[in-house]
Design a protein around this ligand. Structure first.
Ligand code: SF4
Ligand code: SF4
Length: 166
């Protein structure tokens, strides 16, 4: 009762701070963070966003010759860390927050990337787009080694320079 009497004058002074959503428009400020959007043209499939995402709302999986970057908005906490981390600025934060749906598949968004396969061991290891990006940034890199997975590249380099047997 004492607590109530203390709060009452403060509440009267402050007035109403809540709104009758959805009957009234909510206040969406400039810095409001809603669901994210991934630009498939900019994304190179590096996976940095999946490593930084705290609740693992972004994941990467390999299916045959495709790497799939998957966004599940049902897990997203709208922290924006993925957008800050993406080196390609492929992620934008929208103001979208009304995300309820009767179909769970509406909560997923995929970006698909062609993947490179190591010609020696057959392992899939990098997206073609990311590999092309590295080649364009490091022009002196021997192109034949860029086709190999990190393990085979290391073995081949050792063989070449110090003659290590297979
Ligand atoms: S906004 Fe945060 S929680 Fe949502 S996908 Fe990006 S990093 Fe993950
Ligand atoms: S960090 Fe950016 S470029 Fe890398 S996978 Fe995520 S969205 Fe794509």
């Amino acid at each position: 009762m004492v607590k109530f009497l203390k709060i009452l004058p403060i509440a009267i002074k402050t007035g109403t701070v809540t709104i009758k959503y959805p009957y009234q428009e909510p206040l969406i400020t400039e810095s409001f963070r809603g669901a994210i959007e991934i630009d498939p043209n900019k994304c190179v499939g590096c996976g940095a966003c999946t490593r930084i995402c705290p609740p693992k709302a972004l994941t990467m999986t390999i299916e045959s010759n495709t790497i799939i970057l998957k966004y599940f908005v049902g897990r997203c906490i709208f922290c924006g860390m993925c957008a800050d981390t993406c080196p390609e600025k492929a992620i934008s934060i929208t103001k979208e927050f009304e995300l309820a749906t009767g179909n769970i598949f509406d909560l997923y968004a995929d970006v698909e990337h062609e993947v490179k396969t190591c010609p020696i061991c057959g392992k899939t290891f990098i997206t073609r787009k990311l590999s092309d990006k590295i080649i364009s940034k490091v022009p002196d890199i021997p192109l034949e080694t860029m086709d190999l997975c990190p393990d085979c590249r290391r073995k081949e380099t050792l063989k070449k320079f110090i003659g290590v047997p297979e």
